[in-house]
Ligand binder design. Sequence first.
Ligand code: ZN
Length: 166
Amino acid sequence: MEIKKIECPTEITLSQYIDHDIDIQRIVDIEIHISKCDECLKKVRRLTEYHESLKALKAKSEFFECYKNSNEDILSMPAASSANNNSVAIATTKDGKYTIKVVPFLHENSFMIEVQVLDKNLHGTLIIENEDGVIIKAPIVNGFAREEIHNRIDLKDVSIRVEVEK
Ligand SMILES: [Zn+2]
């Protein structure tokens, strides 16, 4: 039988694989792939942990309303203290452009920031920054920008913007 080389699956596909939200042939393909690709295996472990954190912490989710200032959405929410006590902070900007989730990993001092861009016409790179500089800078893929951070941050008065693709 001919062995077909599969390219590394995208993070979205790996997420779907973890959630079993994908057809059985694709699951087999991915399992064959991660048995040979350390990088993807690592990604699957990270994503699995992230998904478990999400599930475990869902009950504790808190919602915050955020504020908009022209092109920049100024957030004001106590995400750092939430991260401290293992809850997920979720914020939706007032104009409904973004939903921001800060999810602490269960076993480490790191967090996943996940931003859902609700405006489907916004494409490009999403940037969250505070006065100390850029916190995350991540491409928007299928409406989501996601990045892991290792320092505890305070999301109070950070700004969020999208650098539009030219
Ligand atoms: Zn791979």
